[in-house]
Design a binder for this molecule. Structure first.
Ligand SMILES: *Cc1c(COP(=O)(O)O)cnc(C)c1O
Length: 409
């Protein structure tokens, strides 16, 4: 008899985006003339940069000729030309020295943030922020590292670290021992970024407690404040305790192309049951070589073009467009009397719902009165109740229209 992995049965239904979709469809069916503006899901709207398109076209042509055709990418961790560009542009330029053997190319940060937990024991205690990107939690549930679900959308056995206006949306250190700490800065959904001093506290905690930090930097390209760290490795000692995940999805509009990478420093430590030190880089390499056969050559050539002079300029223009949307939204919402967070170093606005109205009620109100779709904070965790996320990924005209409509309700 074939039995299922019962850990999957603990998962609370992929509730948030399907529920948003259901409510939007029902509203659209009842109001066929409503021009709904979607500021909900975190997907980009601008096309790929011309430099990327040109490079990918050329790569397709290379694939069409026997002399330049490419099959498997060696051991599947990424071509050297791309990993060299990554190390040079994303790290050395910020004073962080990495070897390309510490960089693993992938088809996106969702897979990597979801898969990485696999190389750690099931007995580890997981800590996540609340609100949180659900992938970190659900993949640990599937693996069997948690108990059952509880009412508010959380799970027994996971340590939730509330992030609210009171702590500036950067979590305080837990007072119990935790082993696997998921952090995401700039943050989805709150738009907050941890300072170097704040990250230093986490790095020191992890070194003291022999824990690991799984650092998701998918939004680093949106940082505008020069003092903020783009990589956790800008913090002294971080290479001993942190993995870093990067994504081209929001940075370069690769949500439909698929490219990301994960940094696993050689110095990074985890421990065998007898207390001896294990080589995390080698374990991740083994995992990837066994279960993953690499990113397509065409995609890797496109990704490398992001680091060309034209590519850099073009993707910056797109980021500037999204961030000017964010600035316009902040400005309008503040004028309307909303308390607004984020939107300065991240493409998300995190607002407090007015008069303490619950976040799903606010969702319905915005949909019905302004035909604008956002994301209820409660969908990201219990501490997100009373907050609401608006995404800056949209056409500036639509953003302006959405703000006009909000002014009228
Ligand atoms: C969008 C997003 C990612 C990116 O995932 P990809 O698989 O690279 O598209 C990763 N982490 C967070 C928090 C995100 O919002």
């Amino acid at each position: 008899m074939i039995n299922v992995n019962e850990n999957y049965l603990k998962l609370q239904a992929g509730y948030l985006f399907p529920e948003i979709g259901r409510r939007v469809r029902a509203f659209a069916a009842a109001n066929p003339d409503a021009a709904i503006i979607k500021l909900g899901i975190g997907d980009v709207t601008e096309p790929l940069a011309p430099a990327v398109i040109e490079a990918m076209h050329n790569a397709v042509d290379e694939m069409s000729r026997a002399e330049s055709f490419r099959g498997y990418d060696g051991d599947g961790v990424g071509y050297e030309f791309l990993r060299n560009a990554i190390v040079e542009n994303d790290f050395r330029s910020r004073g962080v020295d990495l070897d390309i053997s510490e960089v693993f190319a992938s088809d996106g940060a969702k897979c990597d943030t979801g898969n990485f937990q696999e190389i750690f024991a099931l007995g580890n205690i997981v800590a996540v922020t609340d609100p949180v990107y659900p992938v970190y939690v659900d993949t640990n549930v599937m693996a069997g590292r948690t108990g059952v679900g509880v009412g508010s959308g959380g799970y027994e056995g996971i340590v939730y670290m509330p992030c609210t206006a009171e702590n500036g949306f950067v979590p305080d250190l837990p007072d119990q021992d935790v082993d696997m700490i998921y952090l995401c800065f700039p943050n989805n959904p709150t738009g907050a970024v941890a300072t170097k001093e704040q990250l230093k506290k986490w790095v020191d905690y992890a070194r003291r407690r022999k824990a690991i930090i799984l650092f998701d930097a998918a939004y680093e390209a949106f940082i505008s404040d020069a003092d903020l760290p783009h990589s956790i490795y800008e913090i002294e000692g971080a290479k001993e305790v942190a993995v870093e995940f990067r994504s081209f999805s929001k940075t370069a509009g690769f949500t439909g192309v698929r490219f990301g990478y994960t940094v696993v420093p050689k110095e990074l430590k985890a421990y065998n049951a007898d207390g001896s030190v294990a080589d995390v880089n080698a374990l991740w390499n083994r995992r990837q070589c066994t279960k993953f056969n690499g990113v397509s050559y065409i995609t890797q050539v496109g990704a490398a073009a992001v680091y060309s002079a034209d590519g850099k300029r073009q993707i910056q223009q797109t980021i500037d467009l999204y961030m000017s949307n964010a600035a316009a939204m902040r400005n309008s919402l503040e004028k309307l009397g909303y308390t607004v967070y984020g939107g300065i170093n991240a493409p998300y606005i995190w607002l407090r719902t007015p008069d303490g109205v619950d976040s799903w009620k606010f969702f319905d109100l915005l949909l019905e009165k302004a035909n604008v779709v956002g994301t209820p904070g409660a969908g990201f965790g219990a501490a997100g109740e009373g907050y609401f996320r608006l995404s800056a990924f949209n056409d500036p005209k639509k953003v302006a229209e959405a703000m006009d409509r909000l002014a009228k309700i």
